[in-house]
Every structure is written in structure tokens, then in C-alpha cells.
Write a protein that binds this ligand. Structure first.
Ligand code: PSU
Ligand code: MN
Length: 302
């Protein structure tokens, strides 16, 4: 495995000196946000992680090599290139074998982070069980990865393009603890509330770090979700975004969008239908997650 991974100097140095490291995904850059906001956000998020006592490692695949940490030029490449595949667990072998470029989803980033010995990963929102999954069987591979790969994921919950109730049921079945960071309610990405509770509420980075340590010491492998609600001032309430989401879902259905294209399609439609407001909120919540995630990773090191 080691020969497949290429680390940046910054990450090698962090590993040598025992600094906390936080992984970041590249699908959010290449398929989750438009240019140039995608690369601006990616850069800003890396800096927030540094400012909060950790070292960022944005993960992606270039010419079949798994990059643990990206240079500024590589970040720009993921932000602009149309020749980057969205890579989840099932796509890995093909993309590596063919020496193609790949942006890693939550699932794929968790796989790479675990290989690289990184235990914390900050993103915006996780994939989940889609609405009408009882018909389409559309369940994100992010959930099965959380069930088996020992990386803690700091996110703003799951979007209401998904079926949040079913997503939480799935996580319960697979033994993934869902922690509310300073909240009793599972956040719905754009909104702070979803009408669903979390399993456990914790209020400090130290408390979260201790719970994660205990889980893994027990030999209970697998991920943990730390759900961190979008800041109040950046929130879009469900009543305001619900119509855009319903509209986007309707268009996806009538255009027969399937498989891995569903999530990027919906994100882009919601952005268009909200006149860009959803993108502003998306950027704000990722930045907030970076701050909280870096502080948790630092507490875990201590
Ligand atoms: N949610 C977002 N932005 C994103 C994604 C989800 O707000 O960019 C991406 C993540 O990479 C996530 C993936 O892992 O979409 C889930 O895709 P799917 O539903 O196809 O598993
Ligand atoms: Mn899917």
C-alpha cells in the first residue's frame, strides 16, 4: 500500500513530529462546488485547520497515485479539470490501474486516510440513504464505509435531498455513533435542525476525542460522525430551501439521473434554484467544520 501513497512535505513533517492531521476530500472541490469558489474554499479550509493547531491533508488521485496532501497547483487542478472522476470504494482499482485522475468521496477519502494513518476527516455533508430508496436502492457507499473504516468524520449532518430518518436508521444498524456537537438535534446541512435527534450530545473537543478513543480501544472498528450544525447566521431554514430541494428532486427524476451523478446533479440544481444562497451556506459550514475538526484532532493527540 505504501507505494501507492504520495505525501506532501507538510504531511510528512507532521507525521514525523507527531502533529495532529486532518484529512479533506476532493469530490467536494471537483463535483461539489463551482469554480472558483471551490478552490478558494479548499485553500481557506486548509488554512483554518492550520490556525486551529492541526495540519491539513487534502486527498485525491492524480495519474493513479493517491496523494495525501495536495500542492496549491494540484488543488487548482482538481478545481478546474473536467477529466477527474468521482471515486468511491468501487472505483478505486480501475482508476489506479488505468492511472487516471480521481476525486475522492467521503467513502474513498476515509479509505485513503486510514491507509495513511489519519484518524480525522473534515467535510461538508455525508452521503446517505436517498428518498425513495425503498424503490431505487440508492444508499451512499459513505454509509457502508462509516460502518467499517476507523476514521472520525466531522460534518454538518446530511442534506434533506436525502431521507434523514432512514440515514440515521442505517447508521444505527451498522453501529456508527452519531454525536451532536453542542446540539441535541441532527443538523440537516443547510439548516441547524432536521426534526431528528442525535445519539449522544457532547460539548467540547476533549469529550469527543475521549469517546472516539474509547470506541477504538474497545476494538470497535468503524467511523464516528460528529455532526456540527451550520452557524446560526449562515443557516437557510428548511422552510426556505424545501421547495428548491423538492424541485431539484423532481428534475432528477424526470431526467432519469442515476448512480453517482445523482448527488452532484442535486447540489448544482439547488444552488441554481436558490440563486447561489446554498453555495454561500455550504462554504460557511465547511469552514466551521474545519475549525471544530482541527480542535478535536488536536485534543485527541493530547
Ligand atoms: N454532499 C455535499 N457535497 C459533496 C458531496 C456530498 O454537500 O460534494 C459529495 C461527497 O464527496 C460525498 C458524495 O461523499 O458526494 C456522496 O455521493 P453519493 O451520494 O453518490 O455516494
Ligand atoms: Mn448513490
Amino acid at each position: 500500500m505504501e507505494t501507492l501513497l504520495e505525501f506532501t512535505e507538510e504531511v510528512i513533517d507532521a507525521k514525523r513530529s507527531g502533529k495532529p492531521i486532518v484529512a479533506l476530500e476532493s469530490t467536494i472541490i471537483s463535483h461539489g462546488m463551482p469554480y472558483p469558489q471551490n478552490v478558494e474554499t479548499a485553500r481557506a479550509v486548509e488554512q483554518i485547520i492550520r490556525d486551529n493547531g492541526a495540519v491539513p491533508a487534502t486527498i485525491g488521485i492524480i495519474q493513479g497515485k493517491i496523494k495525501i496532501g495536495l500542492t496549491p497547483e494540484e488543488l487548482e487542478f482538481f478545481a478546474q479539470s473536467k477529466d477527474v472522476a468521482k471515486v468511491s470504494r468501487r472505483d478505486f482499482a480501475y482508476i489506479l490501474e488505468k492511472k487516471k485522475h480521481g476525486a475522492t468521496t467521503v467513502a474513498a477519502t476515509m479509505i485513503c486516510a486510514e491507509m495513511a494513518g489519519i484518524q480525522f476527516f473534515v467535510t461538508g455533508g455525508i452521503g446517505g440513504v436517498h428518498r425513495e430508496a425503498e424503490i431505487t436502492m440508492d444508499v451512499s457507499a459513505d454509509l457502508t464505509e462509516l460502518a467499517q473504516t476507523s476514521v472520525a468524520v466531522i460534518c454538518a449532518g446530511a442534506k434533506s435531498i436525502l431521507d434523514i430518518a432512514k440515514t440515521l436508521e442505517y447508521l444505527e444498524t451498522h453501529g456508527v455513533p452519531v454525536i451532536g456537537y453542542q446540539t441535541d438535534e441532527f443538523p440537516a446541512f443547510y439548516s441547524r435542525s432536521s426534526g431528528h435527534g442525535v445519539d449522544f450530545r457532547l460539548d467540547t473537543p476533549e469529550q469527543v476525542a475521549s469517546l472516539i478513543q474509547t470506541k477504538w480501544q474497545l476494538g470497535l472498528h468503524g467511523g464516528v460522525i460528529i455532526a456540527n450544525p451550520v452557524p446560526v447566521e449562515d443557516e437557510i431554514e428548511e422552510s426556505q430551501i424545501g421547495e428548491a430541494i423538492a424541485n431539484a428532486l423532481g428534475q432528477a427524476k424526470s431526467m432519469n439521473i442515476k448512480g453517482k451523478d445523482v448527488t452532484p446533479f442535486l447540489l448544482n440544481k439547488v444552488k441554481e434554484l436558490t440563486g447561489g444562497a446554498s453555495l454561500t451556506t455550504n462554504i460557511a459550514l465547511v469552514k466551521h467544520n474545519a475549525e471544530v475538526g482541527a480542535r478535536i484532532a488536536a485534543a485527541f493527540k493530547r
